[in-house]
Write a protein that binds this ligand. Structure first.
Ligand SMILES: Nc1ncnc2c1ncn2[C@@H]1O[C@H](COP(=O)(O)OP(=O)(O)OP(=O)(O)O)[C@@H](O)[C@H]1O
Ligand SMILES: [Mg+2]
Length: 528
């Protein structure tokens, strides 16, 4: 390292000489000038036989954080803890262990297949910084790699690839998964503002604790596994590496729990997309681009998030209303209404594009999940296969699901009361959320048996409630039917009287016949 530094100083001196020569180049005759330039650069190369590569933190116009930089950062994290003297404690993983990384202007040495390399971490502060309103956002960081020119092929060909792979593997090992939610677009730009805010994802749900028929559960797990291993397959069939799941069922049947279990199973981040906070389709696309790979994008209660199917109808109604109110409306109210209609202009086609348009292929390895309580309310285009590849019904608690909950909540795998519960679950619809609530011990004196008995009581009550509701509904139905029949009779009678009147007026009906009709109406309420 000392040798390299010495050489560096020497080459700087030669560099200085070159600068002086450049300043006075016009004083030299042209043929001498070219010769001098040629030999001084040769001298620099000879005296300083090292090559350097820089890896900036941000790339591209949109200043997206460079994946290469992140991978190097992870790779150097391990090297730094042993090599560097100045370390930076960056993140706390599981609030237990520190993640250390190389501090600014620190250097570590690495060796690869006999070649020696030097990594340094550098910070560049642009000259314009003092003018900036948000100074910290102007700083640019980069990693600098220096190696001997003899190793050029080895480093550019093999070593950098090796660093990338190692860095990615370390990131996966240390990965702290995140739960993101989208910010309103007026909070997207400026100092430290982003499209997505996040917290650490710590939901404890797993497929083991998820109450569901084991066969169905296994099927979902294999489907996910196949997807995560399917990079080559998706490439082969020419399809973006993503998969859509539609989870539907009544409230409390475990749709959100299933999403958490999926995220834990796949080790993915979760992007919980609040559609009502997205102003239009272009914002939706920007949000999508800003999600990372290995992630689950969730739109919960899709039927409530946006009135996607009724949007056009609503817009038309608004126009009609406006025409009616023309001139009469309060301007403040009108402005507010306009603002509200502006609130979300995401359309069905925008959402479809988000799911399977060209942009959706950016990043790869993504799962999109919609949840709904009412599958029938959704536009068929939104949930057709290929978009939502797998439809999963989350339904009322079956006996198999109950057994999982009993094991989770009470550590009980079998019990004499299980038979009764099995029979009752067949007769009564109870959500896993309600079953779980009843199984949860309410005090330290409760035993598994008392909990199971309280579930049986709740099931009995639910059964009675259902029977009562059914009887009430039937009664209501019968009443309605009787009323309708009565109404029909009345209207028929009215029609008959009217037709008699009409006939009389027209003098078409014979007197005798008219009398006969009258009698008939009186006796039966019906005309012949
Ligand atoms: N299948 C299940 N397995 C394990 N726990 C469940 C299951 N279903 C519900 N629960 C329990 O009930 C609670 C509510 O469930 P969850 O929020 O997943 O329901 P949901 O279907 O998303 O309801 P909603 O339609 O109202 O959003 C969960 O916190 C969980 O403890
Ligand atoms: Mg939910």
């Amino acid at each position: 390292m000392i040798m390299r530094d010495l050489l560096m100083h020497l080459s700087s001196a030669v560099g200085g000489l070159m600068i002086i020569m450049t300043l006075f180049r016009d004083h030299f005759p042209p043929h001498l000038r070219d010769l001098l330039e040629k030999y001084t650069s040769k001298l620099v190369r000879l005296l300083y036989p090292y090559i350097q590569i820089t890896f900036p933190e941000y790339t591209g116009e949109r200043l997206k954080k460079s994946d290469v930089y992140t991978a190097i950062q992870n790779y150097l994290t391990e090297k730094a803890t042993t090599g560097a003297k100045k370390l930076k404690a960056d993140t706390l993983k599981d609030s237990q262990s520190l993640i250390l990384s190389m501090d600014d202007n620190e250097e570590v040495t690495d060796e690869f297949q006999g070649a020696k390399l030097w990594w340094s971490s550098n910070k560049i502060i642009p000259k314009s910084m003092s003018m900036s309103f948000y100074p910290a956002s102007e700083e640019r960081r980069l990693y600098r790699l220096v190696f001997h020119k003899h190793h050029r092929d080895l480093i550019t060909g093999t070593y950098i690839k090796h660093v990338m792979n190692e860095g990615k593997a370390i990131a996966l090992k240390n990965r702290q998964r995140k739960l993101f939610t989208n910010n309103p677009s007026n909070n997207w730009y400026g100092y430290k503002l982003t499209k997505w805010s996040h917290v650490v994802f710590e939901h404890p749900a797993t497929f083991d604790t998820l109450a569901m028929e084991p066969k169905k559960k296994q099927e979902i797990m294999s489907d996910l596994k196949k997807f995560s291993e399917g990079k080559e397959y998706y490439k082969k069939i020419g399809k973006a590496w993503k998969r859509g799941y539609l989870l539907y069922g009544p409230p409390g049947t475990g749709k959100s729990t299933m999403i958490a279990a999926m995220a834990n199973f796949m080790n993915y981040d979760v992007y919980d997309l609040e559609l009502t906070a997205v102003k239009d389709n272009s914002e939706l696309r920007k949000l999508l681009i800003d999600t990372s790979s290995k992630s689950i994008i969730v739109i919960e209660d899709i039927d409530c998030s946006l009135d996607l199917t009724g949007q056009r109808k609503k817009a038309k109604k608004k126009k009609d209303d406006d025409e009616d109110d023309e001139g009469k409306g309060d301007p403040a109210k009108k402005m507010k209404e306009e603002e509200e209609t502006k609130a979300s202009k995401v359309t069905l086609s925008g959402l479809l594009n988000f799911i399977d348009g060209i942009w959706s292929a950016c990043g790869g390895e993504r799962i999109i999940i919609f949840t709904t309580n009412f599958i029938d309310k959704l536009d068929p285009a939104l949930i057709r296969r290929g978009r939502m590849d797998k439809h999963i019904e989350m339904s009322y608690c079956c006996f198999e699901a109950f057994k999982v909950l009993a094991n989770n909540y009470l550590d009980v795998e079998s019990h004499t009361l299980f038979g009764t519960i099995e029979a009752m679950l067949k007769e009564t619809n109870m959500t896993p959320a309600d079953v779980a609530e009843n199984l949860m011990p309410k005090s330290s004196t409760e035993t598994p048996e008392t909990c199971l008995r309280s579930l049986i009581k709740a099931l009995e009550e639910a059964k009675e409630e259902t029977a009562k509701k059914k009887a009430e509904e039937e009664e209501e139905e019968a009443k309605k039917k009787a009323e309708e029949e009565e109404k029909a009779k009345e209207s028929e009678a009215k029609d008959a009287v009217n037709s008699i009147k009409e006939a009389k007026e027209n003098g078409v009906v014979a007197n005798g016949k008219l009398e006969e009709e009258k009698v008939n109406v009186k006796e039966n309420g019906v005309a012949n």
